[in-house]
Design a protein around this ligand. Structure first.
Ligand code: NDP
Ligand code: MG
Length: 390
């Protein structure tokens, strides 16, 4: 008997992860059905997706609401707008799984709402765990909700842990490509352009995560994300630079054995694994060819030139609202860099200043996280606008 179709809510369907998720739906029409699609600004793509996949509901940013509503008038698709609507659609009875792929802090509330409603989460939005990992993981435990990682490194670790859940992890290695500026020094970084920073060597992703990869803040966020997903201390998480992006991460067990997960860099694989876990569904993704990669190389990260990793370790060690502050300041700084308001090296400098400035809260509630996020954004904005020597 064929299992019933999984009905999926895709939050951030117009983004890089969202579009790749729809590719998977397209390839598995007998297994997946789109129930919800959401976007912020990209109304035309959302309309196109909605007509193609016929979801029950779509949610779009307020500025585009009327436009989308009119375009979908003749279709049997509900159109909503606003943050509250995002939280409501994920709770619909007809949703079996939520793919959380909104970028940044904006993804937090809807993910929490989905967990509250007992929906399994395929989590791409790493910022949710960075900002409020304690709250989110406790809530997921209380509600018996599984959070399946979509981030490739965390999916790799999750895949290495299959059949090993009772064996203790000694440590994990998060691999990192090193981004477009691997091997460069601080002086070089002081004059890099937005276009150079947006050119990731191995992955094609949204603008924010691509800049995060160039500063290595992405790896910093992933350290914190891994801590929450797998219950690890900072000293159990090591970053290793692996420029080919073939090994997606590794787990070292207490007997010294190391398991790695590998394959060509393609986000569709971790997305699909998260959607169908524990099953592996046949795919036509391009296969790895050993002869094309005669050497896989590894090196230590340069944390002096790329201080973002250190900042993340520090935020993780101190905990409380500090990772939330780090995340908010980083979102503002990345936005300012993309607007040509600050230099590349100013991004970690803004983050560090905000971490030192914003009031520390040891055990924040959700309103505390929201307040810390707002405070850190204000602080970061005043730094980026003043263009003070950071
Ligand atoms: P994109 O920028 O490509 O897409 C972001 C999506 O979120 C878009 O659909 C966008 O809508 C929507 N969105 C943006 N702002 C808001 C908002 N304020 N409210 C509601 N929706 C909003 O990002 P990616 O797909 O690259 O990344 C998504 C998440 O997945 C991030 O957290 C990232 O760190 C994580 N991730 C991504 C990977 C990748 O390969 N891309 C790999 C691992 C993790 P619109 O298009 O209309 O603006
Ligand atoms: Mg990743």
């Amino acid at each position: 008997m064929t299992p019933p179709k999984k009905r999926i809510a895709i939050l951030g369907s117009t983004g890089s992860i969202g579009q790749q998720t729809l590719d998977i739906v397209r390839a598995n029409p007998d297994r997946l059905q789109v129930e919800v699609l959401t976007a912020q600004n990209n109304a035309d793509l959302l309309i196109e997706q909605a007509i193609a996949f016929e979801p029950n509901a779509v949610v779009v940013g307020e500025e585009k609401y009327k436009y989308v509503k009119e375009a979908l008038q003749k279709h049997d698709i509900k159109v909503f707008t606003g943050a509250d609507a995002l939280c409501q659609v994920v709770q619909m009875e007809t949703v079996d799984i939520v793919l959380a792929a909104i970028v940044g802090f904006a993804g937090l509330r809807s993910t929490i709402a989905a967990i509250e409603a007992g929906k399994p989460i395929a989590l791409a939005n790493k910022e949710t765990l960075v900002v409020a990992g304690a709250l989110v993981t406790a809530l997921a435990k209380e509600k018996g909700v599984n959070i399946y990682p979509v981030d490739s490194e965390h999916s790799a670790i999750f895949q290495c842990l299959a059949g090993e859940f009772h064996n203790k992890i000694e440590k994990i290695y998060l691999t990192a490509s090193g981004g477009p500026f691997r091997g460069k020094d601080t002086k070089f970084l002081s004059s890099v352009t937005k276009a150079e920073a947006l050119k990731h060597p191995n992955w094609s992703m949204g603008a924010k995560i691509t800049i995060d990869s160039a500063t290595m803040m992405n790896k910093g966020l992933e350290i914190i994300e891994a801590g929450w997903l797998f219950g690890l201390k900072p000293e159990q998480i090591e970053v290793i630079i692996h420029p080919q992006s073939i090994i997606h991460s590794l787990v070292q067990f207490e007997d010294g054995s190391i398991k790695a997960q590998m394959g060509l860099p393609d986000m569709k694989l971790p997305i699909q694994y998260a959607l169908f876990y524990p099953q592996r569904i046949a795919s036509t993704f391009k296969r790895f060819d050993f002869a094309a990669y005669p050497s896989l190389t590894f090196e230590k990260p340069d944390m002096q030139t790329f201080p973002a990793i250190q900042l993340a370790y520090e935020a993780m060690k101190k905990g409380g609202n500090l990772p939330c502050v780090l995340n908010a300041a980083n979102e503002i700084a990345v936005g300012a860099f993309l607007n040509d308001e600050i230099r590349f090296n100013d991004i970690p400098a803004v983050v560090e200043k905000c971490m030192n400035k914003v009031n520390y809260i040891a055990t924040p509630s959700l309103p505390d996280y929201i307040a810390s996020d707002t405070e850190a954004r204000k602080e970061a904005q005043s730094l980026t606008k003043k263009k003070i020597s950071l």
